[in-house]
Write a protein that binds this ligand. Structure first.
Ligand code: HEM
Length: 73
C-alpha cells in the first residue's frame, strides 16, 4: 500500500482547493472568464472565498510536502 487514507484525502483537498482558486482567480483576472465567478454564486462571494480556500490549500499542501520528510533526512 503506497498511501494511507489520510494522505489520499489530504491530496484531494489540495486538488479540489486548487481547482476552486484557479476557477475564481481566472474569473477575476480575465474579462472573458468573468462568468467563472458565478460558479461561487456571486462575484462578491468568489472574492470572499478565494483567500479562505487558499489558506486551506496552503495548510493541506504544507502537510503533503512534509509528510515524507523522514524518508529524506
Ligand atoms: C490560476 C490560479 C489563480 C489565479 C488566476 C488567481 C488570481 C487572483 C487575483 C486576480 C486576485 C486578486 C483579486 C482582487 O484583487 O480582487 C487574487 C487574490 C488572492 N489569491 Fe489568487 N489566484 C490563483 C490561485 C491562487 C492560489 C493557488 C492561492 C494560494 C493557495 C491564491 C491566493 C490568493 C489570496 C490569498 C488572494 C487575496 C489577496 C488579497 O486579499 O489581497 N490564489 N488571486
Amino acid at each position: 500500500m503506497r498511501y494511507r487514507a489520510t494522505e489520499r484525502i489530504n491530496h484531494w483537498i489540495v486538488a479540489i482547493c486548487f481547482m476552486l482558486v484557479a476557477l475564481s482567480g481566472l474569473g477575476f483576472l480575465f474579462p472573458a472568464f468573468n462568468w467563472l465567478m458565478n460558479v461561487f454564486g456571486t462575484p462578491q462571494m468568489a472574492r470572499i472565498l478565494h483567500p479562505f480556500i487558499s489558506v486551506a490549500m496552503f495548510v493541506a499542501f504544507t502537510l503533503m510536502f512534509f509528510r515524507p520528510w523522514h524518508t529524506i533526512w
